[in-house]
Design a protein around this ligand. Structure first.
Ligand SMILES: [Zn+2]
Length: 342
């Protein structure tokens, strides 16, 4: 039986959701990789030795070497094991803004820069396989300077944020405006954005605030919502359904910025997710359009092979499965310039 992952393991939700009990069964790990082909994995993490040294020992940060780190070669190996072509790898710089790290703003700025530089250097080792994304804690004073630093970078082409990890409260007007300013800066820099919104207290009302007041400020740049707008610790089924429904409502209504909304399927459903909740989620997926959902793993929290098995387990029709199997975001599979993304 799994230990309760919350609040005793407060960092478990950061990279995102790992506890050993939540990993797919061994059967999935042994699935034939040749059957698991996707053009790209749209959600992977790298981590420097400095960052990994700060995370609790039980957190996933690779087990490939000492000191712990997750490098480009690890991501490429994981892609190869699942016969997946490319990987979009996120800098973990946002984690330096964690309240648990207790870093003063100058240190947050320094270490965010270091972690983004580390990620860029790793991507440069496998530029034909990996597309990098910088990250920031959007509430950190240095966030806008950091985005400006990477504007136009061929290595770090977009911006990843994790609202739950950085405790961004979209109900707070000041924080909502700050988040909007970060979206605007990334949009003006031509960067696609990946944002993790899932986890309490982010529910339907918060999704509405995000959709009406934050998303439009990206200026029409692509925004990929991690984990299909889920990603909270279990039990999160009803909350996830409510959040995804709020997204679907706004997409169906053609709200500002929603033409450029996408979702990734990493940890979209849990291994033992309630079947009724899965069915409700798929109602919303179909309202949104399955073509907006991209294959993703959340490596190194989960292997790419295991993620492929999890996506295979979704009760999609053969036609829907074929759409997911060939989907690749233009900012991953397209031209090198971020300006070439839709
Ligand atoms: Zn993740």
């Amino acid at each position: 039986m799994a230990p309760s992952p919350w609040p005793f393991r407060p960092l478990a939700a950061l990279l995102l959701l790992a506890s050993s009990a939540c990993r797919p069964a061994a059967r999935a790990e042994e699935a034939p990789a040749a059957a698991l082909a996707y053009p790209a994995d749209h959600h992977m993490h790298l981590g420097s030795a400095d960052l990994c040294a700060r995370l609790p020992a039980e957190e996933p940060c690779g087990s490939y070497r000492t000191p712990l780190s997750v490098l480009a070669e690890d991501a490429v190996r994981a892609l190869d094991a699942a016969h997946v072509g490319k990987g979009m790898v996120f800098s973990a710089a946002y984690l330096y803004g964690l309240p648990e790290f207790k870093l003063p703003p100058d240190s947050v700025a320094y270490w965010m820069r270091r972690e983004n530089e580390f990620t860029a250097a790793e991507v440069a080792k496998a530029p034909d396989r990996l597309v990098g994304m910088m990250s920031v804690d959007p509430l950190a004073p240095a966030a806008l300077d950091e985005i400006a630093r990477w504007r136009g970078s061929p290595l770090l082409r977009g911006l990843k944020m994790h609202l739950f990890a950085n405790k961004v409260d979209v109900r707070d007007p000041a924080q909502r405006d700050r988040l909007g300013a970060v979206f605007q800066a990334a949009g003006e820099a031509g960067m696609p954005i990946v944002v993790h919104v899932g986890g309490a207290p982010f529910g339907a009302a918060e999704a509405g605030l995000f959709l009406r007041e934050v998303l439009p400020r990206a200026g029409g740049r692509p925004v990929q919502v991690a984990h299909g707008a889920g990603g909270g610790l279990p039990p999160n089924g009803p909350r996830h359904v409510a959040v995804l429904r709020a997204f679907a409502d706004q997409i169906v209504a053609h709200g500002p910025g929603t033409d450029s909304l996408y979702f990734d399927l990493s940890y979209f459903v849990w291994k033992d997710e309630d079947a009724a909740a899965v069915a409700q989620l798929l109602v919303e997926v179909r309202r949104i359009g399955v073509e907006r959902f991209f294959f993703a793993s959340d490596f190194d929290v989960q292997t790419v092979v295991a993620a492929a098995a999890a996506v295979d387990s979704l009760p999609l029709t053969p036609e829907e499965r074929a759409v997911v199997a060939r989907s690749c975001a233009p900012w991953v599979c397209g031209a090198a310039s971020p300006a070439a993304s839709p």
